[in-house]
Design a protein around this ligand. Structure first.
Ligand code: ACO
Ligand code: ZN
Length: 281
């Protein structure tokens, strides 16, 4: 019922201000009732508190002492940093992030308890502070082997490779946990495109380097990508044959090269050696 209500609700907030950006919103987000008549909201880009008026935000900025997301910096490479925020320890921040994210996420219901999630917030840092580019959330304990619940790149930063960076990061965490992972379903159109792109590139690169036969299980072990996702990706690339009741990878070098060319640019890579992190216990 809640889901249905959400789908039938009209978009309320149509614009937000966040850092130096003014952003048009995409979908309804369930802000508290006192914000229901607002057309525009003003966010503090660091603590993500939101306000109805620009003057309130200006006043807030003079006293807000946060310059990065509250939490541990677990990755830094050049100007890119990733912060891990525990939804239980930083409840208000996590809730604000969910309200903000829902403005760009259609199918997701964000009524879950933020206590149960960790939030990985990607920032571009300069001398003024760490500016949020996007984030993904992850359940502290997932029974379904989900390694990512929601992913967002803020519209001002989209199509620059940050989405695939966030996805790659989620798999680096899974590798450290020694587990395979998969994103929570359903995926949005843009989510599916980004995942397909990521899976395709990672798998093609391994197949290209690998000599001899390799199984889906082996691919899964080195990439932390769930076997089903590997199978569906390779099937869509027509690299799978069904022989004697088994799926077999048939990686003809010419076909691989053709696909690799079509897969386009690799984008931003995660440097796993710069990740300082231990799994949540
Ligand atoms: N049109 C066509 N293809 C696109 C577009 C677009 N507007 N945006 C992304 N893609 C595809 C492309 O194939 C792109 O690869 P390419 O640039 O090499 O061709 C690929 O997706 C990934 O692009 P990135 O730049 O790495 O990703 P981006 O930073 O734009 O983030 C994301 C992708 C996170 C899905 C973003 O579009 C977004 O935040 N969308 C709104 C929220 C959303 O839908 N999230 C996923 C929900 S599902 C879930 O959370 C489990
Ligand atoms: Zn603030």
């Amino acid at each position: 019922l809640r889901e249905h209500e959400e789908f039938t609700k009209v978009k309320n907030i149509s614009t937000i201000e966040l850092g130096k950006y003014e952003i048009e919103t995409w979908y309804f987000s369930p802000f508290p009732p006192e914000y229901k008549d607002c057309v525009k909201l003003f966010f503090c880009e660091f603590c993500l508190n939101f306000m109805k008026r620009k003057e309130q935000l200006q006043r807030h900025m003079r006293k807000c002492d946060l310059k990065h997301p509250p939490g541990d910096e677990i990755y830094r490479s050049g100007t890119l940093s990733m912060f891990e925020v525990d939804g239980k320890k930083n409840k208000v921040y996590a809730q604000n992030l969910c309200y903000l994210a829902k403005l760009f996420l259609d199918h997701k219901t964000l009524y879950y308890d933020v206590d149960l999630f960790l939030f990985y917030v990607l920032c571009e840092c300069d001398d003024r502070g760490c500016h949020m580019v996007g984030y993904f959330s992850k359940e502290k304990h997932s029974e379904e082997a989900y390694n990512l619940a929601c992913i967002l790149t803020l519209p001002s930063y989209q199509r620059k490779g940050y989405g695939k960076f966030l996805i790659a990061f989620s798999y680096e965490l899974s590798k450290k946990e020694g587990k395979v992972g998969t994103p929570e379903r359903p995926l949005s159109d843009l989510g599916l495109l980004s995942y397909r792109g990521y899976w395709t590139r990672v798998l093609l690169e391994i197949l290209k380097k690998h000599k001899g036969n390799i199984s889906i299980k082996e691919l899964s072990d080195v990439t932390a990508i769930k076997a089903e996702d590997i199978l569906s990706t390779l099937q869509s690339l027509e690299l799978i044959q069904y022989r004697k009741g088994q799926h077999v990878i048939c990686a003809d070098p010419k076909v691989l090269d053709r696909h690799l060319k079509a897969a386009g640019r690799g984008g931003l890579d995660v440097d796993a050696s710069k990740l300082i992190w231990t799994p949540y216990k």
